[in-house]
Design a protein around this ligand. Structure first.
Ligand code: NAD
Ligand code: 13P
Length: 355
C-alpha cells in the first residue's frame, strides 16, 4: 500500500478536467492512492457564493468547467498550503503567469521526497534565459517534476471523448516509489490514453510553443483564408517548434514533436478548436487590444499563447535570433506592433531558404 496523497494545484478549465481524471483513478486504485484528491482553488465569488463551496456541494466547477460533474472525492481547498499539506504527488495546472507566486508561497514548505507533474503549457523567461515549467518547479521547490501535455481540449476530455496525451517522467533514481508506472496509473483512463516518455524538455516545449502557432492559425480564420493556409501554418509552426527545441534544448528529441500527442497532434487540435485560435481570429476581425478581447471572449480563462509569444520574442531578441523564427516573430508583431496579418505569405517566403 502506497497511500499516496495527491493534490492538484489549479482549478481552471484544464485544472478541473485533470482533477476529475485523477480523482477517478485515485478512487479505483486504493492500493496506490488515498481516495480524496485535494484541488487548490483560487477563491472567488460566483453569484455571491464562494467557488470552493459550490464545488464541494454541487460537485461542479460552474465557472471554469460548467456542465461537468466532478467526482465527490475532488475536494476544493482555498488555502494553498492546506491544499498541499502532507501531499506526496503535486499536479501543477494553472495558467503559467500565476506560477511564480504559487512557487514562492510553496518554497521551503514541500519535502524533497514529493514528486510533481506539470500540466502547464508555457515557459519561464528571465534575463537572457528560458526555463521549461517542469524545471522551474524543480528548481524553486527542490523536487522532481515531470510534464504532461497532449492534444487535450479540456471540455472534450471532461466529456470523456477519446484523446491521447504524453507524459514525460523519468525520476533520477529508478527505485523511487513514485515511478512512471504510478504516474501513468494516476492519469490513464479508457478515454484518456497516456504514453510515457523521458523527454521532459521536448514535451514541455511542444505544449508551450504550439500556443503561438494556434494564434497564427486563428489569424488565418480571421482572414477567412481556408484550409490550405491553415495547413501551411501548421507545417511551418511545427518546423519552428522543432528548430527552437533542438537549438536551445539540445536534449530534446525531434520524434517528440513529430510522433507524440504533445507534438503534431496538439498543434492540429489547438489550431482547430482551441482558445488561442479563437482569440487570434477575433484579433484580426476586430483589431481590439488582445487582453481586452481575452477577458471578453474567454470569461476568466486564459490564452497562454499571448504571453508565450511575448516571452519567446524577448528571448529570441536577446539572442539575436528573431529572423530564424519568422512565424513566431510575426505572431508577436501582429499582436503587439500592428503588423498586417496579410503580410504573412511574404514573411514566410522571404525566409524559407533558411530552413
Ligand atoms: P484557465 O484558462 O481556465 O484559467 C483560469 C484559472 O486561473 C482559474 O482557475 C482561475 O481561478 C485562475 N486564476 C485567475 N487569477 C489567478 C491568480 N491571480 N492566481 C492564481 N490563479 C488564478 O486555466 P486552465 O485551462 O486550467 O489552464 C491551465 C494550464 O493548462 C495552462 O497552461 C493551459 O495552457 C493548459 N491547458 C489547457 C487546456 C484547456 O483546454 N483548457 C488543455 C491543455 C492544457
Ligand atoms: P487552448 O489553450 O488554445 O484552448 O489549447 C488547449 C490545449 O492545450 C489543447 O491541447
Amino acid at each position: 500500500m502506497l497511500n499516496l496523497k495527491v493534490s492538484v494545484i489549479g482549478s481552471g478549465n484544464w485544472g478541473s478536467a485533470i482533477a476529475k481524471i485523477v480523482a477517478e483513478n485515485a478512487a479505483e486504485n486504493r492500493d496506490m492512492f488515498e481516495t480524496d484528491v485535494r484541488m487548490w482553488v483560487f477563491e472567488e465569488l460566483v453569484a455571491g457564493q464562494k467557488l470552493t463551496e459550490i464545488i464541494n456541494t454541487q460537485h461542479e466547477n460552474v465557472k471554469y468547467l460548467p456542465g461537468i460533474k466532478l467526482p465527490s472525492n475532488v475536494v476544493a481547498v482555498p488555502d494553498l498550503l492546506d491544499a498541499v499539506e502532507d501531499a506526496n504527488l503535486l499536479v501543477f495546472n494553472v495558467p503559467h503567469q500565476f506560477l511564480p507566486r504559487i512557487c514562492s508561497q510553496l518554497k521551503g514548505k514541500v519535502p524533497s521526497t514529493v514528486r510533481a507533474v506539470s500540466c502547464i503549457k508555457g515557459v519561464e523567461v528571465s534575463g537572457d534565459g528560458i526555463t521549461i515549467i517542469a524545471d522551474y518547479i524543480s528548481q524553486e521547490l527542490g523536487i522532481y517534476c515531470g510534464a504532461l501535455s497532449g492534444a487535450n481540449l479540456a471540455p472534450e476530455v471532461a466529456q470523456e471523448k477519446f484523446s491521447e496525451t504524453t507524459i514525460a517522467y523519468k525520476v533520477p533514481d529508478p527505485s523511487d516509489s513514485i515511478d512512471a508506472r504510478v504516474v501513468r496509473t494516476l492519469f490513464h483512463r479508457p478515454y484518456f490514453h497516456v504514453n510515457v516518455v523521458a523527454d521532459v524538455a521536448g514535451v514541455s516545449l511542444c505544449g508551450a510553443l504550439k500556443n503561438i502557432v494556434a494564434l497564427a492559425s486563428g489569424f488565418v480564420d480571421g482572414m477567412a483564408w481556408g484550409d490550405n493556409a491553415k495547413a501551411a501554418i501548421i507545417r511551418r509552426g511545427l518546423l519552428e517548434m522543432t528548430k527552437f527545441g533542438r537549438e536551445f534544448f539540445p536534449e530534446c528529441k525531434a520524434s517528440t514533436f513529430t510522433e507524440e500527442s504533445c507534438g503534431v497532434a496538439d498543434v492540429i487540435t489547438s489550431c482547430s478548436g482551441g482558445r488561442n485560435n479563437k482569440l487570434g481570429a477575433a484579433l484580426i476581425k476586430t483589431r481590439r487590444p488582445i487582453f481586452e478581447l481575452e477577458e471578453e471572449l474567454l470569461k476568466g480563462q486564459k490564452a497562454q499563447g499571448v504571453t508565450t509569444a511575448q516571452e519567446v520574442h524577448e528571448f529570441l531578441e536577446r539572442r539575436g535570433k528573431l529572423e530564424d523564427f519568422p512565424l513566431f516573430t510575426a505572431v508577436h508583431d501582429i499582436i503587439f506592433s500592428g503588423l498586417d496579418s496579410y503580410a504573412l505569405p511574404q514573411i514566410l517566403e522571404d525566409v524559407e531558404q533558411k530552413y
